[in-house]
Ligand binder design. Sequence first.
Ligand code: SF4
Length: 121
Amino acid sequence: MRELVCIVCPKGCTMHIEQENDGYKVSGNTCKRGAQFAISEMTEPKRTICTTVRTVFPQTPVLPVRVSAEIPKDKIFDVMHEINSVVLEKPVSRGDVILKNVLNLGADIIATSDLLRQIET
Ligand code: SF4
């Protein structure tokens, strides 16, 4: 049996997961999303990333970004390496794609701020 705290919402239910024949039995969850998260954690854990990329603009040296979809947990460091290699040289808007289909994972890195739009170039 494995104990796991659900991170899908702030309630943070403590769940218990037992392997059963060809699947898993989840208890302690308050809703279906918790059970889905628990099974995903046992089979193919995924995470989202919210971070920043560097820019050439002294007024805004870093810009917030996030992944457009969850990525495999074991790829987080590889994706962060790709993100850390970016230096924005042109203003971008919120929602603009900074890195398309990063590492062929089916997720883009997108800007989450319009801060660079306020800069006169
Ligand atoms: S099981 Fe449902 S209610 Fe409980 S933390 Fe997860 S998402 Fe929230």
